[in-house]
Design a protein around this ligand. Structure first.
Ligand code: ATR
Length: 288
């Protein structure tokens, strides 16, 4: 029941009507019997500052931030976590008695998915990351936090973007190498214990294509995380399984980043199995 004490949570984005976050968070809030509601707010870029001021004025307890506001919102907040600062993007705002702090839970989401669903308590010494966009930036940050990872090879269509990412997150150039996403990289990819795709190749409406150029880069025992979740099974995942590797889609990352935001706002661990179930219902088999 909505009452005078109901706390408001939500997401701001543009566009925002297709966001899955309200379904996932409201399912978790309901399962825990909490007097909170999670709504989607359509915020045009020119109103971002007012939206943040409104969050303060209306005492909205917490917000997720999605495209295109993850970078722009930084300048209107009181504090930014070390992680969000390094990644350069905020996906979660916590309103603690009027003080707004920005966090980024995407790196946590990816690492937690690898641990829990990929069975990787420890990551392998060599990881290959495909792509150099916003998602890659968060994932690269997460990988660099894992001391057992000795080298991360970032491959991107536009090499300059991979170079920029490496410069920002590994300024000493000790652990990150970069290269072009091309067939010549096959042997290096085969050496990796973990391959992560953060490009949009294979994502709806471009199902059926794989970001891997050239066959034979995948091998048995390799873990492949494709952060795409629409469709739930991509061409790359099929290729990984055909090579007897282990394939994960992006649903785990989506659910675990949400779970971490939930914990930041409420101080409670949400029921991730409930969140995963609604995510599977939403994305299972349906491509729109
Ligand atoms: P996100 O925030 O989801 O990471 P993004 O910042 O737009 O999205 O990044 C998209 C990534 O997918 C980039 O690495 C992009 O490569 P470029 O930097 O060369 O643009 C990659 N990408 C998109 N379409 C691609 C394609 N057809 N082939 C190879 N890479 C592609």
């Amino acid at each position: 029941m909505i009452s005078g004490k109901t706390q408001v949570l939500g997401v701001i984005g543009h566009p925002v009507e297709h966001t899955f976050s309200p379904v996932m968070h409201n399912a978790a809030l309901k399962a825990m019997g909490m007097n909170s509601v999670y709504l989607a707010f359509h915020v045009l870029p020119e109103f971002l500052r007012e939206a943040v001021a409104g969050m303060r004025a209306l005492q909205v307890r917490g917000l997720n931030v999605t495209v295109p506001h993850k970078l722009g919102v930084v300048e209107w907040l009181d504090e930014i976590s070390a992680e969000a600062r390094a990644i350069g993007a905020v996906n979660t705002i916590d309103n603690r008695d009027g003080r707004l702090k920005g966090y980024n839970t995407d790196a946590f989401g990816a690492m937690e998915s690898l641990r829990r669903q990929g069975g990787l308590e420890e990551l392998p010494p060599l990881v290959v990351l495909l792509g150099a966009g916003g998602a890659a930036r968060a994932i690269l940050y997460g990988l660099l936090q894992q001391n057992e990872v000795e080298e991360i090879l970032v491959l991107n269509r536009t090499v300059e973007k991979a170079e920029g990412l490496a410069r920002d997150l590994d300024p000493g150039g000790r652990r990150v190498r970069v290269g072009a996403l091309e067939p010549g990289q096959q042997a290096r990819i085969r050496d990796a214990g973990l391959l992560i795709n953060s490009t949009s190749v294979g994502m709806h409406p471009h199902e059926g294509v794989s970001p891997l150029v050239g066959r034979g880069s995948l091998r048995a025992g390799m873990v492949v995380l494709d952060i795409v979740y629409n469709p739930l099974r991509t061409r790359l995942m099929e290729e990984a399984e055909a090579a007897k590797g282990r394939a994960l889609n992006g649903l785990g990352m989506l659910v675990y980043q949400g779970a971490r935001s939930f914990e930041i706002w409420t101080g409670k661990k949400p029921p991730v199995e409930v969140m995963m179930e609604v995510a599977l219902q939403r994305f299972g088999g349906m491509v729109e």
